[in-house]
Design a protein around this ligand. Structure first.
Ligand SMILES: N[C@@H](CCC(=O)N[C@@H](CS)C(=O)NCC(=O)O)C(=O)O
Length: 254
């Protein structure tokens, strides 16, 4: 592998040894920040971050595009692993595979935030990860963009994105209720795992988006239809690593 750095890559990024996350204060950035905080709490994992200014299109600068395998599409989050064990710095794009395959496989050997011993739970983990990333995230992101940033009002598109986002919330509510598992079965606390479930990357992946429901124009009345989902948000919010992970600003551990 050749180095992804160019002569204009900022020194803070180029010279960092170990893990360095290029991020911004968005749900996709924060889902990776949360996992790094969780891994730090469990294993003492260390990393640094650089905040990318999306308003000035810093992610479209040639030095950034050279780092991102997604060619001309400058997007955060982007992780650089410049650990001594690698022959040259490795870049990883796309928030959900970034942490589900790379960070988890490499830095969570004890499976605190995933499932490896059971093919059933491993399969369920990927079902809920992909369900959110492929079905929930694009709808909520579309709603957010059209309602808050598009500059034109397209009521049909907005209603469509909102209806689909709420439909996905309803699927999550039904899943958390465990009602399909039979009478008398307790509601789930987390999306995947035995019984009431175990906190995992499937939860983090959806949480950073769903926690922002109000900002993303979902009303109290609409959210009132999903009491279990609201409690799930509060439960995850209560984790100290989550509180640190959703914080603003550059971060450096160790
Ligand atoms: N599917 C990607 C989406 C990444 C994405 O859309 N990132 C946004 C911020 S959350 C971004 O970088 N926007 C800047 C741009 O599109 O120029 C992921 O999950 O990582």
């Amino acid at each position: 592998m050749t180095s992804p750095f160019t002569s204009t890559t900022p020194p803070r990024i180029k010279n960092t040894k170990g893990l360095h996350l290029l991020t911004a204060s968005t749900p996709n950035g924060k889902k990776v920040q949360i996992l790094l905080e969780e891994l730090s709490a469990k294993y003492g994992l260390q990393w640094t971050t650089t905040l990318i200014d999306l308003e000035t299109d810093e992610q479209k600068q040639p030095w950034f595009l050279a780092l991102n395998p997604n060619g001309k599409l400058g997007k955060i989050p982007l992780l650089i692993d410049n650990s001594p064990s690698l022959s040259s710095p490795l870049t990883v794009m796309e928030s959900s595979p970034l942490y589900s395959f790379y960070l988890i496989e490499t830095y969570d050997p004890d499976h605190h935030f995933h499932f490896s011993s059971s093919p059933i739970y491993k399969s369920q983990l990927f079902q809920w990860l992909f369900f959110w990333s492929a079905s929930g995230q694009p709808q909520q992101a579309g709603l957010n963009h059209l309602k808050r940033f598009a500059g034109v009002v397209d009521s049909y598109a907005i209603e469509n994105f909102k209806a689909e986002t709420l439909r996905i919330y309803n699927v999550l509510e039904l899943h958390l209720s465990n009602s399909l598992a039979g009478d008398g079965v307790e509601a789930r606390e987390y999306l995947v795992g035995e019984g009431r479930g175990k906190y995992s990357i499937a939860d983090i992946n959806a949480y950073t988006w769903i926690r922002a429901w109000k900002r993303m124009t979902i009303t109290e009345e609409e959210m009132g239809r999903f009491p279990l989902l609201r409690r799930w948000v509060e439960r995850i919010e209560g984790r100290p690593a989550v509180g640190r992970g959703v914080g603003e600003g550059e971060r450096s551990t160790g």
